[in-house]
Design a protein around this ligand. Structure first.
Ligand code: SF4
Length: 293
């Protein structure tokens, strides 16, 4: 996490990883056939003075850096430097309207975010599918996502990462603005029709919570390590499998518990997702999600 990692829940916070800890993690990944390291957010990476050195260490290990960022701290030379490292950038927006984006993030960063996207286009990130823009979809911005964001992204060749708003740590106020399952169904049907207008076709599938993507299976192929050294199945921290202060990463990931989780995986959900009908909403969902029916 970046310097503002203290905004993480206190039980997940902790000191920055030391160079030797990082090297240990990177070596483990290389030995296990990983291809990329995702900086998953929870604080803007580029508020940390060690951000570029970290990404250079990732690259030097033979892995590809993938970075979620709001882009506001990135200058043109920074974006060129990231391009030199083969970085994939996922730039976060909250709305297509400046005032509403700024209100949602609590600061005036909209234009700087757009500039970062512009710099990345100039560098040609999109030509190698290394540029995505993520936007969480709510009742408030749904129409703009469909009518403005999606066509604009398709037009310039940026991957549109429009996803249902993650509910795990959302306040009750935020949850009130999020889609229900019925609204999610309608959103994905409209998104598919919108993409079809420009010749882009994808199928609606159970569990889908991001445009054009199948259900999330992230726990099957990745894990997340927090500053607390807790190892989770995902940065949206659904299940903790152990802590690196008391166990090695090898022991955590080769444990029976982790193995059983992989073998028994069916789906995971941190937001409502596409279901063909109300009857296909799984009964075993947490109650805060089932309440969104
Ligand atoms: S919490 Fe589950 S559904 Fe959400 S991003 Fe993580 S793995 Fe995917």
């Amino acid at each position: 996490m970046g310097q503002d990692k203290d905004i993480a829940p206190p039980h997940l916070s902790g000191p920055h990883f030391s160079p030797s800890e990082l090297q240990g993690l990177l070596s483990f990944l290389c030995e296990h056939g990983a291809e990329a390291v995702v900086y998953g957010g929870g604080g803007e990476l580029f508020t940390w003075s060690g951000a570029f050195e970290f990404l250079e260490a990732v690259k030097k290990s033979g892995l590809r850096p993938v970075v979620f960022t709001n882009g506001t701290l990135l200058s043109q030379p920074d974006v060129a430097r990231l391009n030199g490292l083969g970085t994939s950038l996922i730039i976060s927006m909250r709305d297509t309207v400046e005032a509403w984006h700024n209100r949602a993030v609590g600061r005036d960063g909209f234009r700087r975010t757009l500039l970062a996207i512009e710099y990345a286009l100039q560098e040609g990130f999109h030509l190698e599918s290394r540029l995505a823009v993520e936007i969480p979809v709510t009742k408030e911005n749904e129409t703009r996502v469909l009518d403005e964001f999606l066509p604009a992204m398709r037009h310039v060749g940026i991957v549109p990462m429009a996803e249902e708003y993650i509910q795990i740590s959302a306040s009750s106020d935020e949850r009130g603005r999020c889609h229900t399952f019925t609204e999610t169904r309608s959103f994905f049907e409209r998104a598919r029709a919108k993409d079809a207008e420009v010749g882009i076709h994808w199928e609606l599938s159970f569990g889908q919570r991001i445009i054009g993507e199948p259900k999330c299976s992230r726990p099957l192929y990745s894990f997340a390590v927090f500053p607390s050294r807790d190892v989770f199945d995902c940065p949206s921290h659904s299940v903790c499998y152990g802590n690196l202060q008391s166990r090695s990463l090898y022991d955590v990931l080769y444990s029976d518990r982790f193995r059983q989780a992989l073998l028994g995986f069916t789906f995971c959900a941190c937001s409502p997702f596409y279901t063909a009908s109300d009857e296909s909403i799984p009964l075993q969902l947490p109650c805060y999600l089932r309440a969104l029916k």
